[in-house]
Design a protein around this ligand. Structure first.
Ligand code: NAD
Ligand code: MG
Length: 391
């Protein structure tokens, strides 16, 4: 049996992961499940999957869970606090770690999984955006495996030659075509962007996701973070990555080769496909996803992405070009701006302004070690809060 820890099991990716795993009980065993504060959902998941450990970061949620545990016959051991996330990522009985915590909070536990040499199923793109080379060095040093869950990166991985780590250009790859739906405001008149609500921003046309990534999809910062993620995962420069608007979200991304071939991965927009792919890789297994019906889809559209409508995309390209701590600062400022928007403290069209102003006010330095990253992250959060007026 393959032992699995799911970091962020109560979220959108976590729930899809457990759905796929429940279809293959003879192969996978859940060792640990973790959540921030949703005690009830975590408890339900524990009843179903009987893990050895459950982690709740929030202390008062842990009390609720503890009371539920006492009334049941469940043998799961409850751990609490942030360091417990790292502990359950490192356990010797764990083979695979699903990294599905949202945002910078996922960085340390995902790094712990890398240091313990696990197969990492990486949904938490923010961790890689922040720490890039440091993260990949740990993966290499400890013989860990890194498989992308983000649907675009999973698609690119499937379209890449086997030995792509030896260099994309040498292997005949000329371009990565990263598709993007354009989110709910793709065609909204620009002057109306100031008035959109969190509910409108979270109503994604094709995917059901957590609130933070839904807002990121609406601003297209999600695609910006994905450009940076792709640079690290495929060891390439941002110049080789072109964003392509594709409203149907059926082509999940493409790889173009020097002979004119373009390989694409297609499928219904359902995260259980990349999750099942990365769990079973290099084999294949069923995921519960409906087969693609091309006759029903009938047409596929492609357009250029517009930096005026989506300034966050421009900021992300600039940050990866600058390098060093710039991507970590971009990410931190984005997390603060998105949270403020979700709490009705910042209007939608100001999200990019806050991020740009934070980057302008920050010293970009080298990112040689984890401390450089963590310091840049916390200073950028402070600056963004000051800019929003919430300090
Ligand atoms: P979500 O908000 O639905 O779930 C987040 C999970 O992380 C929850 O289990 C929550 O309890 C946990 N969490 C939140 N804050 C935490 C903290 N401070 N400490 C510990 N745990 C914490 O988010 P999601 O949509 O599942 O996204 C998770 C990650 O996957 C994100 O990085 C996102 O960018 C990435 N991703 C998601 C999708 C998708 O379809 N949802 C697609 C591609 C990539
Ligand atoms: Mg994606």
């Amino acid at each position: 049996m393959i032992g699995i820890t799911v970091l962020g099991s109560t979220g959108s990716i976590g729930v899809s992961t457990l759905d796929v795993i429940s279809r293959h009980p003879d192969i996978y065993k859940i060792v640990a499940l973790t959540a921030n504060r949703n005690a009830e959902r975590l408890f339900e998941q524990c009843q179903k999957f009987q893990p050895e450990f459950a982690v709740l970061v929030d202390k008062s949620a842990a009390k609720t869970f503890s009371a539920l545990l006492k009334e049941s016959s469940l043998k799961t051991i409850l751990l609490t606090g942030v360091t417990a996330l790292e502990e359950v990522a490192e356990l010797s009985q764990v083979d695979y770690v699903m990294a599905a915590i949202v945002g910078a909070a996922g960085l340390l536990p995902t790094l712990a999984a890398a240091r313990a040499g696990k197969r990492i199923l990486l949904a938490n793109k923010e961790a890689l955006v922040m720490s890039g080379k440091i993260f990949l060095d740990e993966v290499k040093k400890h013989n860990a495996e890194l498989l992308p869950i983000d649907s675009e990166h999973n698609a690119i991985f499937q379209c890449m030659p086997d030995d792509f780590s030896e260099g994309l250009v040498e292997k005949g790859v000329t371009k990565i075509l990263l598709t993007a739906s354009g989110g709910p405001f793709r065609d909204l008149p620009l002057e109306q962007l100031a008035d959109v609500t969190p509910e409108q921003a979270c109503a994604h046309p094709n995917w059901e996701m957590g609130r933070k990534i839904s807002v990121d999809s609406a601003t297209m910062m999600n695609k910006g973070l994905e450009v940076i993620e792709a640079c690290w995962l495929f060891n390439t420069s941002h110049d080789l990555i072109q964003v392509v608007l594709h409203p149907q979200s059926v082509v999940h991304s493409m790889v173009q080769y020097s002979d004119g071939s373009v390989l694409a991965q297609l499928g219904n927009p359902d995260m259980r496909t990349p999750i099942a792919h990365s769990l079973a890789w290099p084999e294949r297994m069923s995921s519960g996803v409906e087969p693609l019906d091309l006759f029903e889809i009938a047409r596929l559209d492609f357009q250029k992405a517009d930096f005026t409508r989506f300034p966050c995309l421009r900021l992300a390209y600039q940050a990866i070009e600058q390098g060093g701590t710039a991507p970590a600062i971009l990410n931190a400022a984005n997390e603060i701006a998105v949270e403020s928007f979700l709490n009705n403290k910042l209007s939608f069209n100001k999200i990019a302004e806050v991020i740009e102003a934070t980057l302008d006010a920050s010293d970009i330095s080298r990112a040689d070690n984890l401390d450089d990253i963590l310091v840049a992250d916390s200073m950028a959060r402070k600056k963004s809060l000051e800019l929003i007026g919430l300090h």
